[in-house]
Design a protein around this ligand. Structure first.
Ligand code: FDA
Length: 394
């Protein structure tokens, strides 16, 4: 058996950050991963440019059954700390809407930076390693049996991520280990994920695939996002939908405002006052793509002049434009989801160190726990912050 102070399972965002932090503290750290490459999700993130953090990170950008849990780690390792690290490695970056920071060149630079930090901190990383069993000996050390070697360690960090994108190696292993050690798990769901059509909606809306419009979308709990809405072959996507999917529950409708920032009733009144003979089709085509107008509204109604529409029709028109209630079939699931909601219950963990309250030396960091961020670099920031919190404690 080879002994290490710290073994981290998962060479992803959180695991690598934790490893470097612990290594710089002089801990003997080994990272194990069953994948053939470290940081695979980082490599494909942000369309290959990795939205590595956000200029403005607040606790309310995260979904967690205990809203206070994220505060300590986020306050002790801020987005400005990660930005400083990125700058020290000479990585060029830029800001997009809503404070999102992306690499100018490639997400590969973030992985290289983390691996370099691990190397400088003396961390060993072993990829393509299957862990078949984890137990604890009489001294309270963890024992790991892998397909290559057997190890013991004083601190074991689970950084195995969530269930999203199984083709990239996502696995429920972290949940199995939590369960094995008696920790409570909260139900998991796909998050930051596109919605799918019911079959009759698909017939009607599939031809709109590729159309993107500004929107404000509201979930049943009142959460609202104003971003682009994208029609796809399978359903609805785009940043507004990905954001709202984190707050949506099966069977609930979402409400879409297709004219964000516009008072639809006032806009209709204006057309009635100045262009009363204009058809409804032409009126709407000034506001929305023509194909969307044709799909959303009845042909006979569209052919009417504005002054032929009765009061109830005008009222319904305003409602349809400002709060189009739509019941989607479901989501595309873990296959395309960016994150997993739920996971290891944070009530079981210390918010300062990420250590399990009931199992000394066992830590959970990153996406494996019940913390998910909004779209916009928040999920990586949680990986960095929780990784550093554990790295300072192991
Ligand atoms: P992560 O998934 O990064 O790492 C887990 C590691 O554990 C992997 O290396 C895996 O191989 C390993 N592992 C799993 N099971 C194992 C086992 N049984 N044995 C050994 N090793 C095992 N976020 C963001 O903030 N900005 C962005 O731009 C994006 N973009 C994005 C795009 C796409 C397509 C996806 C799917 C996700 C994003 N995200 C994102 C989310 C972000 O990638 C995610 O939140 C973090 O990678 C989570 O970091 P972790 O280290 O917790 O898990």
């Amino acid at each position: 058996m080879k002994h290490h102070d710290v073994i981290i399972i998962g060479a992803g965002a959180a695991g690598l950050m934790c490893a470097a932090t612990a290594g710089y503290r002089g801990r003997d750290v080994l990272v194990l991963d069953n994948a053939k490459q470290a940081g695979r999700k980082i490599l494909i993130s942000g369309g290959g440019r990795c939205n590595f953090t956000n200029q403005k990170v607040e606790p309310n950008n995260f979904i967690c059954s205990n809203a206070h849990f994220v505060k300590s780690a986020l306050a002790r390792y801020r987005s400005s700390d990660f930005i400083e690290l990125v700058e020290r490695h000479g990585i060029e970056y830029h800001e997009r809407d809503h404070g999102q920071l992306f690499c100018d060149d490639s997400a590969k630079e973030i992985v290289t930076m983390l691996l370099t930090e691990c190397e400088w901190a003396g961390v060993q990383i072993k990829l393509r390693t299957e862990i078949s069993e984890i137990g604890q000996n009489e001294q309270g050390q963890f024992e790991l049996i892998t397909d290559k070697e057997h190890y013991t360690c004083d601190s074991l960090v689970m950084a195995t991520g969530g269930l999203s994108m199984p083709k990239l190696g996502a696995s429920p292993y972290g949940y199995h280990i939590a369960k094995q050690f008696g920790l409570k798990l909260l139900p998991t769901h796909a998050g930051l994920v596109p919605f799918t059509w019911h079959s009759e909606q698909k017939l009607k809306f599939e031809p709109l695939s590729g159309i993107a419009v500004p929107s404000t979308i509201t979930a049943k709990d009142g959460t609202q996002f104003s971003e682009a809405l994208l029609f796809t072959h399978r359903g609805l996507s785009g940043p507004a939908i990905l954001q709202i999917s984190n707050f949506w529950k099966a069977g609930e409708t979402i409400s879409i405002n297709l004219l964000p920032g516009v008072d639809a009733r006032a806009a209709i009144e204006l057309v009635l006052a100045n262009h009363s003979k204009q058809s409804l089709r032409n009126t709407l085509s000034h506001w929305l793509p023509k194909r969307l107008v044709e799909a959303l509204f009845d042909e006979t109604l569209l052919n009417k002049a504005m002054n032929q529409l009765i009061h109830s029709e005008l009222e319904q028109l305003a409602v349809d434009l400002e709060s189009w209630e739509i019941l989607m079939n479901g989501t595309e699931g873990y296959r395309t989801a960016e994150v997993t909601l739920g996971g290891v219950d944070t009530d079981e963990l210390s918010s300062k160190t990420m250590e399990a309250k009931s199992v000394s030396g066992l830590y959970f960091i990153g996406e494996v726990m019940d913390v998910s961020g909004w779209l916009g670099g928040f999920n990586f920031q949680w990986a960095w912050s929780s990784g550093v919190a554990a790295g300072q404690a192991v």
